[in-house]
Design a protein around this ligand. Structure first.
Ligand code: DX5
Ligand code: ZN
Length: 215
């Protein structure tokens, strides 16, 4: 089953709640919440209070929180208590990764691991038994509205060859036109910002992507 996860980074900050309501009503499955620390990536986005507000406004909507932070391990509790369901950290954090994944699981959440375009799938090998999802970055993380890097999708096949059978998500530059590439590669959670929040008819865009399940 394909999951469609609008990335709230692309929402209109002045009408974020309305924008999210519009996309959930259009058939989106869950929300992707991009947290950026202006250090791990060259942009600054939101804090736990956004997750808390989304939980208050959309109590039934799953929150897929993506921590693009150098000290992500220090914010796991804060996002867990604010409203995260899934917390994804980056494998580039090195020896902080395993304790952070263990902490996410200890709090009863699903743990994800992401890798930048320049990081090979092999870097995830030590952690594949400890994650519920792998988030393949198909852009250099930090900003929405970039062009998808299709070569990053090759990592999905590589992950399967490495014996990973869990959920694979892709994030960055995805749209109704290139989603088929991601689905064919084995991606089942599509993170989409600009393509959904900027869509004149998000329900049509979502329906077009859903149709890929039958393709
Ligand atoms: C980029 C973020 C992505 C991004 C997706 O660092 O992690 O989630 O917001 O936005 P689009 O779909 O516009 O590339
Ligand atoms: Zn993201």
């Amino acid at each position: 089953m394909i999951e469609i996860a609008p990335s709230v980074l692309a929402a209109d900050a002045l009408r974020l709640g309305e924008d999210v309501r519009r996309l959930m009503d259009a058939g989106a499955d869950l929300l992707h919440v991009d947290i950026m620390d202006a250090h791990f990536v060259p942009n600054l986005s939101f804090g736990p209070d956004l997750s808390r507000a989304l939980r208050r406004g959309f109590p039934a909507v799953r929150q897929d929180v993506h921590l693009m932070m150098d000290n992500a391990e220090k914010y796991i509790e804060a996002f867990a208590s604010a409203g995260a369901d899934d917390i994804t950290i980056h494998c580039e954090l090195g020896d902080k990764v395993q304790p952070a994944l263990d902490r996410i699981h200890a709090l009863g959440l699903r743990a994800g691991l992401s890798l930048k375009p320049g990081t090979p799938a092999q870097a995830l090998a030590p952690y594949l038994d400890s994650v519920d999802l792998v988030l393949i970055m198909t852009v250099e993380p930090g900003f929405g509205g970039q062009k998808m890097m299709p070569e990053a999708l090759d990592k999905a096949l590589r992950l399967r060859e490495m014996g990973y059978h869990g959920l694979i998500s892709a994030d960055g530059g995805l749209n109704a036109q290139n989603a088929a590439l991601a689905v064919r590669a084995g991606v089942r959670r599509l993170v989409m910002g600009t393509a959904l929040f900027g869509a004149p008819d998000p329900a049509a865009a979502i329906a077009e992507i859903r149709a890929l399940e039958k393709a």
